[in-house]
Design a protein around this ligand. Structure first.
Ligand code: NAD
Ligand code: DAU
Length: 341
């Protein structure tokens, strides 16, 4: 049986990843290391914790002694590295935690993997490392060869971690693979990110805060498809390679908002408030995911039209989950982000 260290699996994508592997009955032992920051939530994996295949450890990826101990105690032979500070707006308010976790934390994991040995190491990264695309050239998309041009402290810290991961392959022959995915949506997404924020605000009788002119474009992918792509890369990918992952599903934020309003029976005037734009707001992201399809046979299985309905229904059915989050520290952040700016 493989022993896989999964970092950050109490967060959005990591929790969906371990849930997917457990429900598929994969022959794996999953060692989950998560600091339980404001974005980490033990409730995301609580129902899986008693399973003998899953070991949860609360701790920091920057703690080299702890990471070494996990390797020794659990005979780790593979790594899927999700743990990160992941929200662009928070990186604009304060970038220190982003450099610490995303850069230093990744370096610690790579160093321990080098010292202790590893068969495969998937570094989960983002399309935001490529910067922003022009709106007037719809055929231009990010490929794995696109130069890195990060524009926010978040994406800069992720680009730093990507470069470290790449260097450990070239210099130390560590079997690292890097994935760069577009925007995810689905169950367990923290309600500071656009889609769950918009959906839950409407349920609370509040408005959707739409940045700028609402015409920024993202390529939306259902989280289960991202998890399946990461599993595919872990099993079939070639060390040293980068794999873009995307939904071929570009939409403006206005289009997203129109869909959510329609599904939730609200009008634009009742449900939307334009607010001050995000500083340095990237205009357009679009992923060319032809390499992972051609070389590893992966492509998305979920369509936006159905998956957004499933996502809205999940938030309707899990109000205790998100109402508990939207209190305390969250409300202070919300006030700072949306009222005081
Ligand atoms: P998230 O913010 O929901 O979860 C991050 C998790 O990492 C949390 O559980 C948190 O407690 C944990 N964590 C943070 N710092 C840690 C530390 N120092 N030590 C241990 N654990 C720590 O993030 P997410 O949206 O699930 O993203 C997961 C990964 O996927 C990130 O690396 C992100 O850059 C990448 N990614 C996200 C998206 C997206 O749309 N959400 C798209 C592409 C790539
Ligand atoms: O592209 C992948 C990235 O997608 C990941 O690497 C990040 O971790 C993830 O957070 C996400 O980054 P974005 O900045 O694209 O996602 P966010 O949900 O913050 O915003 C999506 C779009 O919605 C973006 O154009 C900004 C806009 N937006 C966002 C918020 C929070 C608003 O208009 N209003 C808002 O209140």
């Amino acid at each position: 049986m493989r022993s896989i260290l999964v970092t950050g699996a109490a967060g959005f994508i990591g929790s969906n990843f371990v849930r997917m592997l457990m429900s598929r009955g994969e022959d794996v032992k999953l060692v989950v290391l998560d600091k339980l920051t404001y974005a980490g939530n033990i409730a995301n994996i609580q129902d899986l914790i008693d399973d003998e295949k899953l070991f949860f450890v609360k701790g920091d990826i920057c703690d080299a002694a702890l990471v070494e101990q996990l390797w020794t105690n659990h005979a780790i032979n593979q790594v899927v590295h999700f743990a990160a500070e992941s929200h662009v707006d928070r990186s604009i308010l304060s970038s220190g935690p982003f450099v610490q976790t995303n850069v230093v934390g990744t370096q610690v994991l790579l160093d321990v993997a080098k010292a202790k040995g590893v068969d495969r190491f998937v570094h989960v990264s983002t399309d935001e490392v490529y910067g922003s695309l022009p709106e007037d050239k719809p055929d231009v998309k990010f490929t794995e060869e696109t130069s890195l041009a990060p524009n926010s402290p978040y994406s800069a810290s992720k680009a730093g971690s990507d470069c470290l991961a790449r260097s450990y392959f070239h210099t130390h022959h560590l079997p690292v693979m890097i994935t760069r995915c577009s925007n995810n949506y689905g169950p367990y997404q923290f309600p500071e990110k656009a889609l769950p924020l918009f959906i839950t605000n409407l349920m609370e009788g509040k408005k959707i805060p739409l940045y700028g002119d609402g015409m920024n474009i993202r390529d939306w992918l259902y989280v289960e498809d991202h998890c399946d792509a990461i599993w595919t890369v872990l099993n079939k990918g070639t060390p040293g390679e980068v794999y873009n992952i995307g939904g071929n599903n570009e939409m403006t934020n206005r289009k997203i908002v129109e869909t959510i309003l329609r599904e939730m029976g609200k009008t634009w005037d009742d449900g939307v408030q334009y607010v001050k734009d995000r500083p340095g707001h990237d205009r357009r992201y679009a992923i060319d995911a032809s390499k992972i399809k051609r070389e590893l046979g992966w492509e998305p299985k979920h369509r936006w039209e159905q998956a957004i309905k499933t996502t809205i229904q999940w938030f309707k059915d899990h109000q205790d989950w998100w109402r508990a989050i939207k209190s305390g520290e969250y409300l202070k952040y919300y006030d700072q982000q949306y009222t005081q700016r």
